[in-house]
Design a protein around this ligand. Structure first.
Ligand SMILES: [Cu+2]
Length: 151
């Protein structure tokens, strides 16, 4: 009876080695002049998987990043001015963040990790944020419009 059991274990080992889960690193640049002009996170929408890392890179100075909405159970984050900052996203859902000094100019971004389990909450909180975006506020809707539904 030992042989079939070992075969099964060997089969599982092969399956695991064929589909390794390699965490990806996504880079988001903090720029003074993005493609649509003005200060931006580029790309402003990132699709990630649980375990991936997002690194914010200050290509230009005077920027930093702070989370605004995170999935339940996630500790909010905030970087230091002009410093690169990495966050590992372990929980599924939508993360909405911004650059505090340039919120008025809609320097905002969205990270989707797996399924958008908290999208309704994000949309509600985004409505409260929207009046603070004096210029290019449509970026908020544009970033959220890229969120893809659960498979
Ligand atoms: Cu900024």
């Amino acid at each position: 009876m030992k042989r079939p059991l070992m075969t099964l274990a060997a089969a599982i080992a092969v399956m695991l080695s064929v589909t390794p889960s390699v965490a990806a690193e996504h880079k988001v640049l903090m720029l003074n002049y993005g493609k649509d002009g003005g200060m931006v996170f580029e790309p402003s929408y990132v699709k990630a998987e649980p375990g991936d890392t997002i690194t914010f890179v200050p290509e230009n100075s005077s920027h930093y990043v702070q989370s605004y909405v995170v999935p339940e159970g996630v500790t909010p984050w905030k970087s230091k001015l002009d410093e690169a900052y990495s966050v590992t996203v372990d929980k599924e859902g939508v993360y909405l963040y911004y650059c505090p000094p340039h919120l008025m100019m809609a320097m905002i971004g969205v990270i989707q990790v797996g399924a958008p389990v908290n999208l309704e909450t994000v949309r509600q909180k985004a409505e409260k944020l929207r009046p603070k975006l004096v210029m290019k506020g449509e970026r908020l809707e544009a970033a959220l419009a890229q969120v893809t539904p659960a498979p």
